[in-house]
Ligand binder design. Structure first.
Ligand code: OAD
Length: 245
């Protein structure tokens, strides 16, 4: 256990009023949500190009919806873990706290996060391809193919797929936080998908102390001020304890 490193991050957090945390699939792993990469990752068994691109949906919306319906069924009974809850403690006490997540599972909100920036959308919203309206939808199983209540158009999952641009307002909000952050924590992401993969570097260049919490080394570990290896559900509660509020 890297107690010294945790203490160092805790000291930085104690001295800061502006903190950004970015999470990836690793924070939900201990809740039972499969990650994307690594030995048990979803992309070992499924091809992203067949399931998570606009072209895939155009080609075979039934297949794509079946996959999302399976994931929704898998995620629905799962609960946030101590890693998600530890971030609530930071949110409550840090004056200017931003949580950016790449996760679409909704577990940060379920833990009580007030306003997480869900940059890849959420699996619990759907969007109409005709009228563009978005709706919350928690039906499991979902009716395949689901249709818009307003106009009868085809609904798609409310997530960002490979090859799609991120919402500009969301990106602007994120870069504004990265520019002014004093501390950034990067939790449970492999750093393989842009633009999220560059956020740590952006924050560091702008002057933030950047620390990574991950079960393994990532290609970016050496670029940050600190990298602690271990489970988010264990390390984040220890970090909060060290801050000692
Ligand atoms: P990945 O599956 O690529 O990476 C998960 C990371 O979490 C890995 O670096 C693991 O070492 C780490 N990890 C696993 N369990 C952990 C634990 N208990 N505690 C701490 N770390 C742990 O997931 P992401 O980086 O989130 O995009 O993937 C990024 C994007 O790629 C996703 O948002 C998704 C995917 O394709 C889209 O769908 C657009």
């Amino acid at each position: 256990m890297d107690t010294q490193a945790i203490r160092q991050i805790a000291e930085k957090i104690k001295d800061s009023t502006r903190v950004v945390v970015m999470t990836g699939a690793g924070i939900s792993q201990e809740s039972g949500v499969p990650t994307f990469r690594g030995a048990d990752g979803l992309w070992k068994s499924f091809r992203a190009e067949d399931l998570a691109t606009p072209e895939a949906f155009d080609r075979d919306p039934v297949l794509v919806w079946q996959w999302y319906d399976w994931r929704r069924g898998l995620i629905k009974p799962l609960k946030p873990n101590p890693g998600h809850y530890a971030l609530i403690e930071l949110e409550k006490r840090i004056e200017d706290f931003t949580l950016v997540t790449q996760n679409v599972d909704g577990l940060h909100r379920a833990a009580g996060s007030k306003n997480p920036i869900e940059m890849h959308g959420t699996i619990w919203r759907v969007r109409c391809l005709e009228c563009g309206n978005t709706f919350e939808n928690r039906e499991v199983p979902i009716k395949i193919l689901p249709k818009c209540e307003a106009c009868g158009g085809l609904l798609r999952p409310g997530v960002v797929w490979f090859g799609e641009a991120l919402d500009e307002k969301i990106l602007h909000a994120i870069y504004t936080c990265l520019q002014k952050a004093q501390v950034m924590l990067i939790v449970g992401t492999s750093g393989m998908v842009q633009p999220a993969a560059s956020f740590g570097i952006v924050a560091k260049r702008a002057g933030a102390f950047v620390a990574e919490v991950n079960r393994s080394n990532t290609p970016q570990s050496s670029l940050f001020d600190l990298s602690i290896q271990g489970k988010a559900g264990e390390l984040l509660p220890q970090l909060v304890e060290q801050v000692g509020w």
